[in-house]
Design a protein around this ligand. Structure first.
Ligand code: FMN
Length: 159
């Protein structure tokens, strides 16, 4: 099974969760590629059986230009373009998909980038098998204890 994980990550936490999700899948025999959305070209989905999209939760949803700038003022790496733009221009895709986000809490007030990803995928007529949120301790991270392990299990469950 060929798996593509498309992400954006300002402080590196979503990247860590993506690697953990990928490890879970690799452990079940999948071939996994993790790619920043900004680097996923038009052919990225060729031969992909499972697409996983992950992003940090910003302002209760997906990062945009203003929230990315705000992240940079808090010490994050600049991200030119991300998951929202990639989903807008997503090539035709007929496989399965899943979504995840990183988030500082799981109450209604925190919001969820994953929920927005699911909606966008469904709007593109892509069936979504599962989605989950993984906790960080603060905006810059790190992941809360046990969350990387939970992300790995999430990956394994998708195999
Ligand atoms: C501009 C900005 C807005 C944020 N808004 C939210 C939010 O609405 N809810 C939340 O739980 N966390 C929020 N956070 C915390 C992010 O979810 C956290 O920085 C992210 O999960 C870290 O992932 P990353 O290292 O991949 O960027 C925000 C962070 C930034 C920088």
């Amino acid at each position: 099974m060929n798996v593509l994980i498309v992400i954006e990550s300002c402080f590196g936490n979503t990247q860590m969760f993506a690697e953990a999700v990928g490890n879970g899948l690799t452990g079940r025999g999948a071939t996994v590629t993790v790619t920043p959305a900004a680097e996923a070209g038009p052919d990225a989905l060729d031969g992909v059986d499972l697409l996983i999209v992950g992003a940090p939760t910003h302002s209760r949803g997906l990062p945009g230009p203003a929230s990315r700038r705000s992240a940079v003022t808090q010490g994050a790496n600049p991200v030119r373009t991300g998951v929202a733009e990639w989903l807008d221009a997503m090539p035709e895709y007929h496989g399965r998909a899943a979504a995840f986000d990183s988030v500082t809490g799981t109450s209604f007030l925190n919001g969820s980038a994953a929920k927005k990803i699911v909606k966008r995928l469904q709007r593109n007529l892509v069936p979504v098998a599962a989605s989950d949120s993984f906790l960080v301790g603060a905006a810059a991270g790190p992941p809360v204890d046990g969350e990387l392990e939970r992300a790995e299990k999430f990956g394994a469950s998708l195999a």
